[in-house]
Design a protein around this ligand. Structure first.
Ligand SMILES: Nc1ncnc2c1ncn2[C@@H]1O[C@H](COP(=O)(O)OS(=O)(=O)O)[C@@H](OP(=O)(O)O)[C@H]1O
Length: 335
């Protein structure tokens, strides 16, 4: 790892987070059997199409599958002050933001050019674990094994997370592209799912951690109230200028790039390392799966803005846009 850049003192000394899979011994914690859903989960349950099952917990839609974890995180997760949380709705750029945040924070220990960089060995979801997934699987004890600073992720709304002072990076994406992305993702396991069913669900804000607009607005208002604690990014802007996003991230996380780092091209190296083309071509992302169910390659599809034009009529687009405009009206968030 001790590259020329590191030896020359160009990179910051902080070690940053360790990749989750490098840090934990998964066998050290036995898998707990899944418990019955908590009583506290409202009996209210919605089904859209045959394939999207959600429950309502404290006013938010939670995927049936992750409901036990969400309740457990809400009740028992003990944040550390120096935790960093990547937050998002599904298919909004989570995988990308995990990679960018990890590479930025860990650049002291892992210069982006290093051949054995965790992002060249591991899927980003194995570098940055999801809170509700770990809790659902009964593997939350692994979190205690992670040294600080821990880099964690969630699709949960802010109000369901235990109070904390830790920094949060949120990414928002055009809901039309998010809907298209989710449809492609879900079709792999549910070939009968139609895009109309997903579109209809999105028009009601139904998604993991939704209503989408409430999830978005909670983080948006928090970023306005506490800009040093919550950073609100948009997928489309990161796409336009990934280097600018990397610099913003570093500044926000208290690890701004030094002049020497910038001159050495470290910002560009991080953006390139985390680009969809680079990530999808890593062996770790071409093969393998999460829990034997979700293939690593399924997280990398087109990675563009505006793919909705290939799947939606203008009427469908306008319907979803106008609902979003109405829900976000007065917030100052223009989508
Ligand atoms: N590095 C990078 N750059 C740009 N875009 C990227 C990148 N990695 C993943 N993607 C695209 O993000 C979409 C997947 O969303 P998420 O990562 O939020 O999915 S998940 O919630 O973690 O399941 C999905 O979008 P679509 O291509 O529109 O389906 C991915 O292709």
């Amino acid at each position: 790892m001790s590259t020329t850049a590191k030896l020359a003192g160009l990179l910051r000394d902080e070690q940053g987070p360790v990749a989750f899979n490098d840090a934990v011994d998964e066998d050290a914690v036995p898998v707990e059997p899944l418990t019955e859903h908590d009583d506290a989960i409202s009996a209210m349950s919605a089904s859209h199409g045959n394939n999207m099952q959600f429950r309502c917990y404290r006013g938010f839609w939670i995927s049936e599958m992750w409901a036990p974890g969400v309740v457990a995180v809400h009740r028992s997760f003990a944040p550390r002050a120096d935790d960093v949380l990547v937050a998002s709705l599904q298919k909004s750029g989570t995988t990308w933001l995990k990679a960018l945040t990890f590479a930025t924070m860990a650049r002291g220990a892992w210069p982006p050019s290093s051949h054995d960089h965790p992002l060249r060995r591991l899927n980003p979801h194995l570098c940055v674990p999801s809170l509700e997934v770990l809790y659902t699987l009964g593997r939350d004890a692994l979190l205690d094994m992670l040294p600080s600073p821990r880099l964690l992720s969630t699709h949960m709304p802010l109000s369901l997370l235990p109070p904390s002072t830790c920094k949060i990076v949120y990414i928002y994406r055009d809901q039309k592209d998010t809907a298209v992305s989710l449809w492609h993702f879900m079709k792999r396991r549910h070939p009968d799912l139609t895009f109309s069913e997903v579109h209809e669900a999105f028009c009601y804000g139904i998604c993991m951690g939704g209503p989408a607009w409430d999830n978005i607005l909670e983080f948006w208002y928090a970023s306005n109230a506490e800009p040093t604690r919550v950073l609100f990014l948009t997928y489309e802007k990161v796409l336009q200028d990934p280097c600018d996003a990397v610099k913003k991230l570093a500044q926000f996380l208290g690890q701004p790039f030094s002049g020497a780092e910038e001159e050495a091209g470290v910002v560009t190296e991080i953006a390139d390392l985390c680009s969809i083309d680079n990530l999808r071509n890593q062996k770790a992302n071409k093969y393998g799966s999460i829990g034997g169910k979700i293939s690593h390659e399924s997280f990398f599809r087109k990675g563009m803005a505006g793919d909705w034009t290939n799947h939606m009529t203008l009427e469908m687009a306008e319907r979803l846009d106008s609902i979003l405009r109405e829900k976000l009206d007065g917030s100052g968030l223009i989508v």
